[in-house]
Write a protein that binds this ligand. Sequence first.
Ligand code: NAP
Length: 243
Amino acid sequence: MGTAVVTGASRGIGRACAIELAKHGYDIVVNYVSNEAAAQKVVEEIETLGQKALAIQADTSDLKEVQAMFRTAGKTFESIDVLVNNAGVVDDQYLLMLPEDSLERSLDINIKGYFHCAQNAALKMMRKKKGCIVNISSVSSVVAIAGQSVYSATKGAVNAMTATLAKELAQYGIRVNAVAPGFIQTDMIDQIPEDQRQAHLKQVPLGRFGEAEEVAKLVCMLCSDTMSYVTGQTIIMDGGLSL
Ligand code: NAP
């Protein structure tokens, strides 16, 4: 099948995507920023599935680190066929108290990081005239949640870049899509205070938070030939939250 680079694959949605893609025959670059032990565990899980995997530390907001990651990946794997742009952060802040460093960090990781990885992956994919990029967005890009102005702006940017990159890269056989999950059971939503979590849960018509594995299955399907004529789309997967 080839090789998939999954950013932020040590935990949560990224980890689930890495494992699901490995089940579908991909070798995996398991990117992480700080949690080496967790990334190595994901590598071991992938190896038990019979696929190759390599954990590579890189802060996606740093272009030089991303370039180094793709160089290292290129020494082990023949091609890069899939990129899952997943590494992201949420830091809820009200506008009137918004710290500059929080704003910068969110913009750097959630937007610049996605461009860095898409650019490096596309340069490799275009040689094969085939590739697939899936950007993990969020339902917050289309649903307003107080305190999430920066996060929702970054995810709105992801939706916009998805459509434009799809148009730019189609000539190289590269499809670009996004998945916009609602509340998914990961460390990210474990940070939310319990009373707020319960309030959010009441807004979900399906009556539960989603599982990372459910997102991973959609990501994997977007990379498959089943979706060979789909590009530039943002698919919302939120248990009905945005309806
Ligand atoms: P998570 O459990 O907090 O995991 C975040 C992952 O990103 C970790 O693997 C972390 O690595 C990595 N990471 C963070 N900053 C990084 C950086 N600068 N460079 C490289 N890797 C970095 O998050 P999650 O809930 O799985 O979310 C993953 C994506 O889904 C994010 O883009 C998020 O916005 C989106 N999303 C999540 C939800 C949700 O409800 N969970 C809903 C909608 C969208 P370390 O382990 O090394 O720290």
